[in-house]
Design a protein around this ligand. Sequence first.
Ligand SMILES: [Zn+2]
Length: 380
Amino acid sequence: MKSVSKEVLLLTQELLRFNTINPPGQEKACADFLADRLEGSGFEVEAYEFSPGRPNLIARLRGSGDELPLCYAMHMDTVPLGDSQWTRDPFSGEFDGDRLYGRGASDMKGGIAACVVSAIEMAKYPNRKADILLVITAGEETGCEGAAYVASLNGVLGDAGGLIIAEPTSNRLFAGHKGVLWLELKTRGLAAHGSMPAEGKNAIYPAAGAVLKLRGVDLGYPPHPVLGTATLNVGTIAGGTKINMVPDQAVIHVDIRTVPGRTSDETISHLKNILGPGVEMNTLLDFDAVATDPDNEWIQEVSAVLSNYSGETAPPKGLPYFTDAALLTPAFNSAPTIILGPGEPELAHKTDEFCLVPRLSEAVEIYTEISRRWCKVSDL
Ligand SMILES: [Zn+2]
C-alpha cells in the first residue's frame, strides 16, 4: 500500500475513535489531536471555541501570498447512532475488505483525513503561491453553529479565492447547494373542557387547514439550472395537551429548501397571503443557497482534474441539503464553492456507516492536484 493511502486510512481510524456525537459534540479531544498533527507539519493553528469544549480550528499553511488562499472546510461532529443496533463498533475504526466502518466514516471523518493528509503533502512543495487554509468546524450537524461563530469573528477567516467542502459525494463534484428556510407556524385557540367544545376555540382545525394548503403549494421560485427546484416539507405538527381539552395552540414546523431567484422575505409574505392572518409565522433558520456557475474557470479546472478519476464529464449539479458553505461562502465574499469528498452520501447518518478505503486515497490525490494547481507549484 502506498504511504499516502496508509496514512489516510490510519488517520480516518484515529478520528473515528473520538466520540464527537452531537449533541453534545465534545469536539475538543479530536480538535487537539488534529491541531498537534498540523502544527507538527508547519501549519499555524488557532482554536476558537463557540461554547466550552467546542473548538473550531483554523489551520494555515503559508504560501507567498501571490494568490488568494484555497480553503478546505470540514466538520468534526457526527450525528447520534440512531435507534437501530449497529453490527460493527461505531468507534473502533474496524475494516472489512474495502469498507471502513464507524460513525462519521463517510460524514465526514474520512473527508477530514483526506484534507489533512493532502494539506500535509502540500507542505513538502516549495514556492507555494497561496496559503492552504483548513477550517475544521464543530457543531455542524445542529445547524452550522461552529461555522457561524468563526464567520462572525472579524478577520479570523481572512480571504479565500476558492472553497472546497469535504462532505460525502463519492469524490464527485457538486457546484453548490440549496438554501434553507425553516419556519414555525402557530395557530391559537381558546381552551375549554372537551365535553363542551362550543365554549372554546379549537387551534388544531386551522392548523390542519394550513397543512393542507401547504401540500403541493407553488413556492414561486424559478427553476435553477444547477440546483433544480425549491421544495417544501411539513416536518412536525404538535397541538393540544389532553384528549378532554379543546386545544388552545398548535405548532407546525416547515422545512423549505430554496434556490436563487427569490428572497426569503418574498417567500414568507407569499405564504402569509396563502395561509391568512390566523397563522403566525416565525423564522427559525434562513441560509441562502450557494451556487457556483459551472462555467467558472476554477470549476472547469477541478472538473478536468476529476475526469482523470471518475470519467465524469457532465456539468456539475448542486446538492439539496446545506453545509458549512452556507456560512463560509458569504464570509469569503461569495468565493467559488464546490462540495467534493470521499464519503458515500447514501451512508451518511445511517446505521453501520462506512466509507470505501480506495476513495480516501483517491480524494488525497484529487485534493493535492487541485492544491498544486492553485498554488502553482511544480513537481517535487
Ligand atoms: Zn456532514
